[in-house]
Design a protein. Structure first.
Length: 343
């Protein structure tokens, strides 16, 4: 029998009990329609739901052989849920989709076509969002700001509805981020990417789980994560301050010694001392900022390089790759990793 490719559908679930059955009713026909070419697995990540979502999923898993369910001990957040799903899935490609059916599963067909055409990342680009106008606008503005600040090029209006290839998942496995911002991380990998336009519909059941507080913290992750721009701004402000204060000192000293008019006694001395201390603060903050920026980039441990293709190398066979694993897995791996040039 011809080997079919496996496609994993990653679904983060946080209190979505009303959405689970409607979602399965939409997913299955798509999977059935593509069944000649692909096998599907649905990887549900229950992100600490307390409304019985997990129990329902576990029940559905006994009825539907495509379903696999992972359940977190508590709510860890959307980003970590999808990353865990991607790392746990077995597919040759993985498609991430929200549980609330805002993104149409029917788009899988096009995503897979684009993947087969050689793209490692296929993301949905929102043509319009059927949400409140204010919400629409503020979200757009919000992503634009993150994009502007980010050093990685993020595709505008692309959401988290996307397909990634196995190579991307492997690269993701190398990343060690405590505050992940997946969109940016995937963009930073490079690889060939393409967008497919679609209409994002409104959530019909349940309410949005990404409220303002979460959006703001996600925004902060997006900015802080992909950029040392805030640090750099602090550095430049510091440098400008140094020159401004030097000029200020010059003016006061000149005034006191050359013009020597109505300055009250002691004022020039005080001002010069204050300005000197501002200079020293600005100077040292600029220096510290420069070092912290570097430390930050180092600590993030982005993959040193990502090899996309190899020519003239023996293809890594199934048995060879599993023989490699014992070297990587034991707890001593941490000690050995010091020898890796990529560290
Ligand atoms: N979600 C999650 N953990 C969270 C918040 C949300 O797994 O802490 C899931 C949620 O169940 C949904 C997806 O992430 O499947 C997107 O959430 P939501 O629809 O609330 O976001 P929005 O569409 O409003 O941006
Ligand atoms: Mg939603």
């Amino acid at each position: 029998m011809k080997h079919k490719k496996l496609v994993s559908v990653i679904v983060p679930v946080f209190n979505e009990i009303e959405n689970i059955d409607p979602l399965l009713e939409r997913l299955d026909p798509v999977s059935d329609r593509l069944a000649e070419r692909y096998d599907f697995e649905y990887v549900f990540i229950d992100d600490g739901s307390d409304d019985g979502s997990f129990e329902l999923l576990a029940k559905r898993a006994t009825e539907n052989r495509r379903i696999r369910v992972l359940s977190f001990s508590r709510n860890f957040g959307f980003q970590r849920a999808i990353i865990t799903g991607l790392l746990e899935c077995r597919g040759d490609a993985a498609i991430q989709i929200d549980a609330d059916l805002q993104d149409p599963p029917e788009m899988f067909v096009e995503f897979l076509e684009q993947w087969e055409a050689g793209n490692d990342v296929v993301y949905g680009v929102r043509r319009g969002r059927r949400e409140g106008r204010l919400e629409n606008f503020s979200r757009r503005a919000f992503y634009r700001v993150i994009n502007a600040l980010s050093e990685d090029h993020l595709p505008p209006d692309a959401g988290d509805f996307r397909l990634v290839s196995r190579r991307v998942i492997e690269a993701l496995d190398e990343v060690d981020d405590y505050h992940p911002y997946l969109r940016g991380t995937i963009a930073s990998f490079g690889f060939s990417q393409t967008g497919v336009e679609y209409d994002r519909s409104a959530r019909e059941r349940g309410e949005s789980k990404l409220r303002w507080r979460k959006m703001v913290s996600l925004g902060a992750d997006g900015i802080l994560h992909h950029s040392v721009l805030p640090l750099r701004i602090a550095m430049w402000v510091g440098i400008v301050m140094i020159f401004a204060m030097l000029a200020g000192i010059g003016i006061y000293v000149y005034g006191k010694t050359v013009i020597n008019d109505e300055l009250p006694p002691g004022l020039a001395t005080t001002v010069v001392l204050i300005m000197t201390s501002i200079i020293l603060n600005a100077l040292f903050l600029a220096i510290i900022g420069a070092y912290v920026g570097r430390i930050y980039q180092q600590v993030k441990r982005r993959p040193f390089t990502i090899v996309a293709d190899r020519v003239g190398y023996e293809p890594v066979s199934e048995s060879a790759s599993s023989a490699d694993e014992p070297v990587k897995d034991p707890p001593e791996a941490g000690i050995q990793s010091g020898a890796e040039p990529a560290g």
